[in-house]
Design a protein around this ligand. Structure first.
Ligand code: ZN
Length: 381
């Protein structure tokens, strides 16, 4: 469950576990929901992000239930279930179009179907979900997008806790873990803003976030798309910023900086100029557009085993701690890892592996250019 199944952790889970082309473990996944439709369609089709003619969607049809809209998701009542709701990434919660379900809706459906499917089984299930847009928004130093994603994650966590309680009531021991793989952006709160309109010298001003109806990433893409019609005007910038972010006392000087940035044709320059107006008003600052080594929290719920997660841990320790929750005979990670490592080693020399390698190349390319593809899309719209 992810913004784009083509990215990071779920990508590898998806590639291995759709079980379509002789992966050694066969199909071991029952439900996959998120964006990333572009990776399922052949290169020659519009919006594809593949570098070959493989049609995963076609291969999946008939083997999986496949849904594309929130209504279809809500009506889905059988596993295995594949949901593809966006060409690439899902939108931040605050920018979400009606064509995409929220994280909570996806998690709720997954828990509903998995709970039903395991009602008469002693096997249980493992559900992994990720709110990748927290990372995306922080790469963009986008405080509105970040807070909107954080609120959505919090809402989803509440929902999961209710499900866990229900599972316990039917006698299933359950562990709910929530953490981050890393911090992004080096977000600092209570920066000593230089903007004269900010009255506080300490603290943050959440009302700026509350007033916004869209993220600065979304607003940037609107401004960028407008440059296709010619140079931006002061009125245009004022209008777009007022309509989407409702910044108080947004000045001609600030609008001029955005116009100058837009004239360079670089979407990141527009984003930086807009963020330079937003972040000081909120009194937040960022140290980077990349990942950081800042410690992240681990939350654990509904089980005495949670005490294993107290204190500070290296990220690699998490797997060991999670495995400690199971009885030794229940799970054999070693042999599964061996099968996958062996498979990947041979995969890198044969034909099908080439597409794996290029899929990974696309992935890292796309991670570097987290805004470019969306900028192109914004111009097309
Ligand atoms: Zn990232």
């Amino acid at each position: 469950m992810h913004t784009a199944q083509t990215e990071k952790t779920p990508s590898f889970i998806a590639q291995q576990q759709l079980g379509l082309d002789g992966y050694p473990l066969g199909r071991t996944t029952d439900i996959l929901l998120g964006g990333g439709l572009c990776a399922y369609i052949p290169e020659s089709e519009e919006d594809s992000c593949r570098t070959d003619e493989r049609d995963l969607l076609n291969e999946t049809m008939g083997l999986w239930n496949v849904v594309f809209t929130p209504d279809e998701l809500s009506a889905a009542d059988a596993l295995p279930l594949l949901g593809l709701f966006a060409t690439e990434d899902l939108a931040y919660a605050i920018d979400r179009p009606d064509s995409q379900p929220g994280l909570a809706a996806m998690v709720n459906k997954a828990l509903e179907l998995l709970t039903a499917a395991t009602a008469d089984s002693d096997k249980g299930f493992f559900l992994f979900f990720e709110n990748e847009v927290t990372d995306k928004a922080q790469h963009a130093n986008d405080i509105v997008g970040t807070v909107s994603a954080g609120l959505e994650l919090s809402e989803t966590a509440e929902l999961v806790k209710e499900w866990v309680t229900a599972l316990e009531e039917r006698g299933d021991e359950t562990l709910f873990l929530l953490t981050a793989d890393h911090e992004t952006g080096g977000l600092g709160l209570g920066t000593n803003a230089v903007s004269p309109i900010v009255e506080y010298t300490y603290g943050i001003n959440p009302f700026v976030i509350a007033n916004a109806s869209h993220s600065s990433t979304y607003t940037t893409l609107l401004l960028y798309a407008a440059t296709a019609e010619g140079n931006l005007t002061l009125d245009q910038v004022h209008q777009v910023v007022a309509d989407n972010m409702a910044l108080q006392y947004f000045s001609d000087d600030e609008a001029t900086l955005i116009i100058e940035a837009a004239n360079t044709g670089d979407v990141y320059s527009i984003l930086a100029a807009l963020n330079a107006a937003v972040n000081p008003r909120v009194q937040v600052g960022w140290t980077t557009m990349g990942h950081t080594a800042v410690d992240v929290d681990i939350y654990c719920s509904n089980n005495p085993y949670c005490s294993a997660f107290y204190g500070s841990h290296e990220n690699a320790e998490l797997l060991e701690l999670m495995l400690g929750f199971y009885d030794d005979d229940d799970i054999d990670v070693g042999s599964v890892t061996e099968a996958l490592v062996g498979f990947n080693a041979t995969a890198s020399v044969d034909g099908s592996a080439e597409s794996e390698v290029s899929a990974r190349a696309i992935q890292s390319e796309r991670r570097r250019g987290f805004l470019e593809s969306r900028a192109r899309g914004a111009v097309r719209r």
